[in-house]
Write a protein that binds this ligand. Structure first.
Ligand code: G4P
Length: 539
């Protein structure tokens, strides 16, 4: 006799994929990214108290920026990926460094998300980092939801703000919620989609269900709730919005053609629920990625994934690192043998880690859209692909032409081996790019931010016992070159030998001393192509 047999529904691969959303928040520092992250985690029940998410931004007033970075590295392992569940949806929020010197890290992280929330401070509008990060999203057609923050403060007129964002970022917006006044007289937001009103009571945190349905804006309840004048303004605003903005179309958003807009105040937890509800309804499920041989769909039976970030452990005695892998297709299983394509060999992972909010746990399986941490003793480089045996490489994780350069000078010849190893591994992590000059074999470091030079010097000393100093080199840009005619390419490399180097993969790189020198080289050599990102189609 069998009593009480319960059949637990085991989700299919496709169901697991459909219930996942992997995204990042992009913002200029101080727009409220840490605050919003925390509120989202609170809604997801992943944390219980405010203040649990540590800001990973580098405070301006610290005595030494790079010591602060060291401290922050500890924090940023914990906040690299924050997974949480909300209404049955598994959400993976990937953190991006706030400091602009680490912009490349952010660019790479954006290769692992399927959509982003772009945060804008209502008083500041579009800021430089917002602009740069949006460009990166545009390169990959990443769908963007806009959240306009800090409505509890005086800011720009919302109509002007929308116009500024549309013009400056060249995107089409569709407001889905609308603020009623702002600053001291901020009354709340009206949800244009659900036709409901959420009233703002300063000092009182918004709860999950404090919104009031107002299907008809002419309903007198509105006047009672926010006062006649504000009700009138809202009615006028909504009329203008309906006339000025086409109806929101989810498909257009998924194709990155339009961006829905929400308004709120993250610190007051206001408008965040609307944002999150809107997000889970429209944001894309995990998407496929392109490889050098074919498109990979998430529901391909075979597992595949790529490494987009490598994080060195903080313990200098152990040179272990964590490689962050985005799963693209199939199911990842612990202890199963996978194929490391670049190294052309099999690998097993006994302790793959999943990140749920602040906790790290060993996982037995993971699905497309998930990020897992793999303990790594220098086997991985950024961009590496893991498969079930197929020889293919994911694309779209380029390096960008660096803008700051220095010669590396070995200060301790007895430690040359350590120095080389350190430089090799730190540049594998993506801290900077390493070039070797063709004529004299001198090593040149290239970065996008000045802080990285200090970080490398400090980490070489503490993790590899090697010391280096820097010598200035006057360079404007390093760019990869290619040419359909191999003889012409060889001639160019020969002629420009003093300005040539190789990158870590042995590819030729032209070091331009000035914008003018680059322009001249381009004009005089029309067959040679100059590339500003490392990934390009070989002729
Ligand atoms: P970031 O990660 O994007 O750099 O920003 P973060 O969340 O650290 O927020 C930057 C500042 O803006 C913080 O103030 C934060 O409290 C404030 N803030 C965030 N959201 C809102 C909002 O909706 N309204 C208002 N008025 N302020 C907001 P801080 O003084 O720099 O830090 P703290 O001492 O308050 O933590």
């Amino acid at each position: 006799m069998r009593i009480g047999v319960f059949y637990l529904h085991k989700m299919t691969l496709s169901e697991e994929i459909q219930r996942r959303k992997t995204f990042g928040i992009i913002a200029h520092p101080d727009a409220g990214k840490t605050t919003l992250t925390e509120k989202l985690l609170l809604f997801g029940g992943a944390i219980q108290t405010a203040g649990a998410v540590k800001s990973n931004k580098i405070k301006k007033h610290t005595t030494s920026d790079f010591m602060e970075i060291e401290r922050q590295r500890g924090i940023s392992v914990a906040t690299s990926v924050m997974g949480f569940e909300y209404k049955g949806v598994k959400i993976n929020l990937l953190d991006t460094p706030g400091h602009e010197d680490f912009a490349e890290d952010t660019y790479r992280t954006l290769t692992a998300v399927d959509s982003v929330i772009m945060l804008i401070d209502c008083a500041k509008g579009v800021e430089p980092q917002t602009r740069k990060l949006l460009e990166v999203c545009r390169m990959r057609n990443t769908p963007v939801i806009v959240f306009i923050n800090k409505l509890d403060r005086e800011g720009k007129d919302p109509f002007d703000l929308l116009e500024e964002i549309e013009k400056e970022l060249r995107i089409d917006l569709r407001p889905l919620s609308w603020p009623i006044s702002m600053g001291k007289t901020f009354k709340g937001v009206y949800n244009l989609y659900e036709k409901s009103l959420t009233v703002f009571n300063p000092g009182e945190k918004a709860t999950l269900d404090n919104s009031i349905e107002i299907k008809d804006l002419n309903d007198g309840t509105l006047d009672k709730l926010i006062g006649e004048d504000y009700a009138k303004t809202l009615r006028n605003d909504v009329e203008l919005l309906e006339a000025g903005y086409p109806v929101f179309d989810k498909e257009e958003y998924l194709e990155a053609m339009v961006s829905p807009v929400f308004f709120g105040s993250a610190v007051n937890n206001f408008g965040v629920r609307e944002l999150l509800d809107g997000f889970i309804e429209i944001a894309p499920a995990p998407r496929g990625r392109t490889t050098d041989i074919r498109e990979i769909n998430p529901d391909d039976k075979n597992f595949s994934g790529f490494v987009f970030k490598i994080h060195a452990n903080l313990d200098p005695k152990h040179r272990d690192r964590i490689a962050f892998l985005r799963i693209v297709s199939g199911k990842f299983e612990r202890n199963k043998n996978y194929f490391h394509v670049r190294e052309n060999r099999g690998m097993k992972f006994s302790n793959p880690t999943a990140f749920m909010a602040q906790d790290k746990n060993v996982v037995d399986e993971a699905y497309p859209g998930d990020i897992i941490g793999l303990y790594d003793s220098s086997n991985f480089k950024i961009g590496d692909t893991l498969t079930e045996g197929e020889k293919m490489n994911f694309k779209g994780i380029p390096q960008f032409s660096p803008e700051l350069f220095r010669y590396v000078v070995n200060k301790d010849p007895m430690k040359t081996k350590q120095l080389n190893k350190g430089l090799e591994q730190l540049t594998d992590e993506g801290v900077a790019q390493l070039f070797t000059k063709k004529t004299d074999n001198r090593k040149v470091l290239g970065t996008v931010g000045a802080l990285q030079f200090e970080v490398i010097q400090h980490r070489l000393k503490s993790e590899y016992s090697a010391s280096c100093s820097y010598e200035s080199i006057s360079l404007y840009k390093a760019c990869w070159i290619s040419c359909a005619d191999k003889k012409k390419l060889a001639d160019f490399i020969f002629d420009k030998a003093h300005h040539m180097a190789t990158d870590k993969d042995g590819r030729p790189v032209f070091l331009a001393e000035s914008a003018w020198a680059l322009q001249m080289a381009e004009e005089k050599n029309p067959d040679i192509k100059f590339h500003f990102i490392s990934e390009f189609k070989e002729d």
